[in-house]
Every structure is written in structure tokens, then in C-alpha cells.
Write a protein of this length. Structure first.
Length: 123
């Protein structure tokens, strides 16, 4: 199945890899590891395809999230439910593609649920 050739006045339509919709305003996402470009017609399709799942609740992690080892959590509550203890944890803020590998998180507050996470200076 070929795509129509576009012109300067009318761009070629390209297919979204998630839903297959052809659209003249698709966009490409390229991973920082140099992998192939992934083409989508909307953020919904890109998120559904690329965003990781929370290791506890299964929701798509959109934004930073928290990581411990190879597990990613959408929030501190889900991390806690999976047994993460914040005082001795290697839990880190996940900054996402193109912004590094994450930074160490810090815990503040004294009661469960009071944790806040801050980025390292200069990040």
C-alpha cells in the first residue's frame, strides 16, 4: 500500500502506526537511542504505544513517574503499595526520553503520603 506523494501546498498523508489512520499532519517520535522513527496521528496513539505501565496499578505513566530498578510507578502511593520504603530506597525521578536517565529523588515530610520528590540541581 503506497502513500500519496505530497507537494509543498499539500503534504503527503502518512499512516499512524497505532490506529492506521492516514493523515497529512502525522508526527514522528525518535528515541534518544537512535532507534527508528515512530509515526502517529495524535498524542493519544503515541502515549498508548510508548508510555510505560505503572508496576502497581497498570496506568500509563505520562510525565515523570518514579522508578526503582526496572519498575516504574505513576506515583509514590503505588510505589508504597509495592513495598518501596522511601527512607532506604533507590527510587528515582524518571525524566523521560532525551532528558537523562533520571535523578535521585529525595523524601520530605513525616507521615505516609507526605513524600515529595525533587530534581537534583541543574537538571
Amino acid at each position: 500500500m503506497g502513500m500519496a506523494q505530497g507537494t509543498e501546498d499539500q503534504p503527503a498523508e502518512q499512516a499512524c502506526e497505532r490506529c492506521g489512520n492516514t493523515y497529512d499532519k502525522t508526527f514522528a517520535i525518535v528515541a534518544s537511542d537512535g532507534g527508528p522513527a515512530r509515526r502517529f496521528d495524535c498524542f493519544e496513539c503515541a502515549i498508548d504505544t510508548l508510555a510505560p505501565l505503572c508496576a502497581h496499578c497498570g496506568l500509563r505513566v505520562i510525565g515523570h513517574g518514579l522508578a526503582q530498578g526496572d519498575r516504574i510507578f505513576c506515583c509514590g502511593s503505588c510505589a508504597r503499595m509495592e513495598g518501596v520504603t522511601f527512607a532506604t530506597s533507590d527510587l528515582r525521578d524518571v525524566t523521560g526520553p532525551g532528558q537523562g536517565t533520571g535523578t535521585e529523588s529525595s523524601q520530605t515530610g513525616s507521615a505516609p503520603g507526605d513524600e515529595t520528590y525533587t530534581r537534583a540541581p541543574g537538571v
